[in-house]
Design a protein around this ligand. Structure first.
Ligand SMILES: [Zn+2]
Length: 324
């Protein structure tokens, strides 16, 4: 049983899926918009070891009978939730991608009857180039710009930064400098055995950037002020880059915006849905109406999760009184 606020009920337990409205919360991955339960007090959390380590907080773990996790391929440690009930199998994908990245393997596609799937890029025009081509593009562009200046990537600290470090290492032979927020997360990846070469900037910095160098910083720090400050400090041109699936929509102010996403594109969402065998599909996380419509046009029984209470009034809508 699922409600429009993404509370899932199995047996006598209510589980908040990537939220924090129940006592028991499932956290699919460490991005802040999915992991509030780990930062909330007194929650019992279902999550992978990697996700909890990336969030850097002590938290009470719990296991719920008939619930297992599978890899979702979005970022390191990201998972999907699989719940086996008498009425069928329910799967929640969390954020996912099917293609292998350099720091995480692509998603598994568990068989399901009821599927709650993310639709971040769930509209038909959102189809990404092959990942390997983007890696090569990033490496080529970086090497070319490093001949005459400094290259700064602005990316999410968790997930995308480590992917960029790995691309620079493996495809460009470059060891980037990293902002301390990026370094902190990258060290957790290393603790779990992911090979990343980077030089931390900040307090514990062993080396100062000199010559022409590449750096990876949190996206919100990549400002005109940073660029002009670096240009006057080093007397060199600074080239900026972003990596996001929204590049396909022309989003992002930088010298280059690469369409490198940690989400499935539209075609991979359709592939996932087909291979899952799900007979009823609920769409969540943005673009849910567009995705539900596109799935219906392809013959699937799909709806945005936020319409649940209107379509299924027989479902008990949970409120916070249930976990008191
Ligand atoms: Zn995410």
């Amino acid at each position: 049983m699922l409600d429009r606020s993404m509370n899932y009920i199995i047996g006598d337990r209510a589980i908040s899926l990537d939220g924090n409205s129940q006592q028991v919360c499932y956290v699919s991955h460490a991005h802040s918009d999915h992991s509030s339960a780990i930062r909330s007090k007194g929650k019992q959390v279902i999550a992978s070891d990697e996700t909890i380590a990336l969030c850097g907080k002590d938290v009470e773990r719990t296991a719920v009978p008939n619930i297992t996790l599978a890899r979702s391929g979005h970022i390191f440690g990201s998972t999907q939730l699989i719940a086996k009930e008498d009425g069928g199998v329910f799967v929640y994908t969390g954020d996912f991608k099917l293609e292998d990245g350099l720091t995480t393997k692509g998603a598994e596609i568990p068989k399901s009857d009821f599927l709650l799937i993310e639709g971040t890029f769930g509209s038909p025009e959102m189809v990404f180039p092959k990942r390997e081509e983007i890696w090569e593009d990033i490496a080529k562009w970086t090497k070319e710009k490093l001949e005459t200046g400094i290259v700064i990537f602005g990316t999410y600290s968790v997930g995308k930064s480590q992917e960029i470090i790995s691309i620079l290492n493996k495809y460009a032979g470059v060891t980037p400098f990293t902002h301390e927020k990026v370094s902190q997360i990258s060290h957790v990846y290393k603790q779990f055995g992911v090979n990343l070469d980077f030089i931390s900037l900040g307090k514990d910095s062993k080396e100062a950037p000199k010559g022409n160098f590449a750096a990876v910083v949190p996206q919100n720090l990549l400002t005109n002020g940073l660029v002009s400050g670096l240009e006057s400090a080093y007397g060199k041109r600074v080239y900026t880059a972003l990596a996001t699936g929204w590049a396909l929509k022309g989003w992002g102010f930088a010298d280059r915006v690469f369409p490198l996403s940690d989400h499935a594109d539209f075609e991979d969402i359709i592939t996932y849905v087909e291979q899952s065998g799900a007979r009823r599909i609920f769409c969540c996380h943005g673009n849910e109406r567009v995705l539900a419509r596109a799935l219906k046009e392809r013959g699937f029984d799909a709806m945005p999760v936020r319409e649940l209470e209107h379509k299924f009034p027989q479902l008990t809508l949970l409120d916070s009184t249930l976990d008191k």
